[in-house]
Design a protein around this ligand. Structure first.
Ligand SMILES: Cc1cc2nc3c(=O)[nH]c(=O)nc-3n(C[C@H](O)[C@H](O)[C@H](O)COP(=O)(O)OP(=O)(O)OC[C@H]3O[C@@H](n4cnc5c(N)ncnc54)[C@H](O)[C@@H]3O)c2cc1C
Length: 392
């Protein structure tokens, strides 16, 4: 049973949006209704990535959406956020795919790359003709990427890379991997490298058995004496700050995306509660305990919308800090998981099936809570900012 989506707007949030922003959201919403929602349960059940969505998403300008030039749409950060919200209302895995392509692959090339690298990769990535992945996490270094063991060594004409990366979204479907490694010849400073995935010594193996983000590809990467030319170094990278700048871009989009998942759960639960009858032939929506859950959900969704809108405006004005973005990612993903759990509860037994999107969102959000800085790490980032004491 499916319900058409009408949007969730309790506080006249739409009055904060201009015409362009509303139009971009409507376009993304229609794309999700027409193309994503009809196929997602099957892909989720079979754990397959819907490659057929790549081209239409590219045609709508969803890749590199807030970047300028090189075939990118050059939209505002609010528009970027609204698109992420709509995509994640469909599925967190598809939003993850778009986040990685845009914020973790195109952004570093745009920000740290040479003109030649930008010309070579950005138009093809924007068009969805080439796909990318971002290799920072390693089997033994997740929350603390500074401990990474992957190493690069200079050769006469380039670099040799060795190491293992883990939990890499888009890993086995990528044409190019942005690999973060310590450069031995520069006192082990972290640098970013563009590694074409067909180079000898590069291998990607998918992680199977995931109960979360099943429609998204997640892989382990192995680099064994992978030789790349000198021109593949991202020259403006220097230190851990560089990959963290990329994560900041993605985390901002995730904070919006999580609202989409929450909206889907709330909308489904509200409609179900108005139809489902228990006791005295009354809809369960007439019971106070159900209303309490729905009221909690709409309140938290509304607060989350205002939070990201404010942060989006700060970002457009160049005034956002990474602690602001940590607050939005931490709050909104937590809020979305709580909404999913409450919505699941409201649907009773029906809530555990994939006839409804709730359980899929709930399982997806467990990954969203962990990746791009876990809930706890964002807590510590905020704590460090307000106390001046890093507690990592
Ligand atoms: C589906 C999926 C896709 C991903 N995609 C990518 C990708 O594309 N590219 C990429 O590079 N990475 C990716 N990741 C990796 C992700 O960013 C890491 O999983 C995340 O950073 C956490 O690292 P970890 O899993 O090693 O957990 P750990 O770092 O081992 O953390 C385990 C637990 O310990 C807690 N913890 C750690 N340190 C502290 C501390 N100092 N104080 C208190 N608690 C602490 C954490 O909060 C967590 O609860 C992905 C992960 C998943 C699950």
């Amino acid at each position: 049973m499916s319900f058409p989506f009408q949007g969730v707007d309790f506080l006249s949030f739409d009055s904060l949006l201009n015409e362009d922003e509303r139009m971009v959201r409507e376009t993304a919403r229609r794309f999700v209704e027409d193309n994503l929602i009809p196929i997602i349960e099957k892909h989720n059940r079979e754990s397959t990535f819907p490659r057929q969505l790549i081209k239409p998403m590219a045609d709508l300008g969803f890749f590199g959406i807030n970047l300028h030039g090189y075939g990118c749409a050059g939209m505002s950060n609010i528009e970027y956020g609204l698109v992420m919200q709509e995509l994640e209302r469909g599925d967190s895995g598809i939003r993850s795919f778009a986040s990685v392509q845009s914020s973790l692959v195109m952004y570093p090339i745009h920000t740290f790359g040479t003109e030649e690298q930008k010309q070579k990769w950005l138009p093809a990535l924007a068009a969805g003709e080439k796909l990318g992945c971002f290799g920072l996490t390693e089997p033994n270094f997740g929350s603390n990427p500074g401990g990474m063991l992957t190493r690069a060594r200079k050769t006469a004409d380039g670099y040799i890379l060795n190491g293992e990366k883990m939990w890499i979204t888009n890993g086995s479907v990528a044409d190019v991997a942005v690999i973060w490694a310590k450069l031995e010849d520069e006192n082990n400073k972290v640098r970013g490298f563009l590694v074409e995935t067909n180079r000898p010594g590069f291998q990607a193996k998918d992680v199977h058995g995931k109960w979360s983000l099943r429609a998204s590809v997640t892989s382990g990467l192995s680099l064994q004496d992978v030789h790349i030319p000198a021109a593949n170094l991202l020259p403006a990278t220097g230190g851990l700050k560089s990959p963290l700048m990329c994560l900041n871009q993605a985390r901002y989009g995730i904070a919006w995306g999580a609202i989409g998942a929450a909206m889907s759960c709330y909308d489904t639960a509200l409609k179900y509660a108005l139809e489902r009858k228990q006791f005295r032939d009354q809809p369960i929506a007439s019971h106070q305990l159900i209303q309490e859950k729905l009221s909690w959900m709409i309140t938290e969704i509304s607060k989350a919308q205002l939070l990201v809108h404010h942060i989006g405006k700060l970002k457009d004005a160049g005034k956002v800090s990474f602690e602001h973005i940590s607050m939005a990612k931490r709050n909104n993903v937590w809020m979305a998981i709580e909404c999913a759990r409450m919505a699941r509860d409201i649907l009773g037994g029906n809530g555990i099936t994939d006839d409804y999107p709730i359980m899929r969102h709930m399982m997806n959000l467990e990954s969203v809570k962990t990746y791009e800085g876990t809930q706890d790490i964002h807590t510590l980032i905020i704590g460090s900012k307000i106390t001046g004491i890093p507690a990592f």
